[in-house]
Design a protein around this ligand. Structure first.
Ligand code: NAP
Length: 339
């Protein structure tokens, strides 16, 4: 290679490096507030200068870069309180990878004109599938049946009989996007369907009950799928469980806060209800030993949307919200309070 050609290569390399640096310099700063999957971290790192969970890992370092942070990205379980929002004067957007955003202080965000986004719809199928799976698991005692076989107990005799699900009465607490997806699936099981919500939905062909207690009294399976937060805290209490009764099953795929966990443990112990299947808990990932010890409870570790397909779709939406914001385009899915 001649001198001229060589210097041409060098020139182009320097320009590319400078462009790279300029691009890096222009990348908005983003704070992650959850352990995010690699398929979200990768595009985030390309488009942003990412500061991983500094608020927990290194608060002093966060203090230093706080004035630069323009975006937060977290999961449905992330806590973004008024205190964190107040520490980030340049914050513009909080993108949650999840439909539930009860950990975000939306009022504090709005007061600072910070927009909050989430990822509705793309996870309806998975959460509804899991709700039906939990209903079948708790009624047909599938985890116990699996253990029965593995422990060699089948050779001594058959399993005790379980509860039929098809044709039973289903009550859904929260008839939103996921509640309706659960109802669609339950139809295939010949179940009668009723619900409660903040308001009746006359367009839907299901019976409305104004309170969870009245719905529980008319249900064999009570499935909870409301948002979390202050408005639904302990919506399912001892009184609702008594109304569900000794033949009734509770399924919670909403948030742990929606069910009074101590009252539920008591009800399961005392036979006030027949059983419960839970995806969510009051103090995740810690599940009380008293609950883990109960044979009439099926417990899974918050896996409602945890499939590769759905988590990829959620990550794509969480990123699309950030991308749209910084491109000055309409947001694909701001939370209702920020629309
Ligand atoms: P959505 O479309 O907003 O539906 C929420 C439903 O809950 C609505 O029918 C609403 O009533 C009802 N509701 C709200 N507050 C209520 C109250 N105080 N009393 C009774 N009903 C109330 O939400 P979605 O997309 O179906 O998601 C629901 C929730 O599921 C999320 O917020 C999240 O907490 C949870 N979730 C869990 C997982 C998991 O992994 N287990 C995954 C995804 C979502 P109106 O229709 O009358 O407003």
């Amino acid at each position: 290679m001649g001198l001229e050609a060589k210097s041409g290569v060098r020139y182009r390399t320097v320009i590319t490096q400078l462009r790279g640096r300029a691009a890096v310099a222009n990348k908005p700063d983003l704070l992650t507030v959850a352990r995010l999957a690699p398929f979200l971290m990768e595009p985030l790192q390309q488009a942003f200068t990412v500061h991983e969970r500094l608020h927990e890992e290194d608060p002093a370092a966060l203090e230093r870069i706080a004035p630069k942070i323009r975006a937060i990205c977290g999961s449905g379980e992330s806590k973004v309180g008024a205190d964190l929002i107040a520490r980030l004067p340049a914050l513009e957007i909080i993108s949650i990878m999840g439909v539930g955003y009860d950990g975000v202080d939306v009022a504090a965000a709005k007061a600072r004109s910070v927009v909050v986004t989430h990822t509705p719809d793309v996870l309806n199928d998975d959460v509804a599938d899991l709700a039906l799976a939990l209903m079948l698991n708790v009624a047909r005692r599938i985890p116990q049946a699996d253990q029965y076989l593995r422990q060699g107990r089948w050779t001594s005799g058959p399993m005790p009989l379980a509860r039929k699900m098809s044709g039973a009465r289903l009550g859904i607490v929260g008839m939103g996007r996921i509640g309706q997806a659960i109802a669609e699936r339950a139809k295939a099981f010949g179940m009668s369907i009723a619900y409660t919500a903040r308001s009746a939905k006359p367009a839907l062909p299901y019976a409305f009950h104004p309170t969870p207690r009245e719905l529980a009294a008319a249900s064999d399976f009570l499935v909870v799928i409301t948002p979390g937060g202050a408005a639904t805290r302990k919506l399912i209490d001892a009184e609702v469980l008594r109304a569900l009764g000794p033949e009734g099953y509770l399924v919670n795929v909403a948030r742990g806060s929606v069910v009074d966990e101590a009252a539920l443990i008591e009800a399961l112990r005392e036979g006030v209800i027949a059983g419960a299947a839970l995806d969510v808990f009051e103090n995740e990932p810690n599940v009380p030993e008293a609950l883990r010890a109960l044979d009439n409870a099926v417990l899974v570790p918050h896996i409602g949307s945890a499939t590769t397909q759905t988590r990829h779709a959620m990550a794509a939406r969480a990123f699309a919200n950030l991308e749209a914001h910084f491109a000055g385009k309409p947001l694909p899915s701001a939370v209702p309070e920020c629309r």
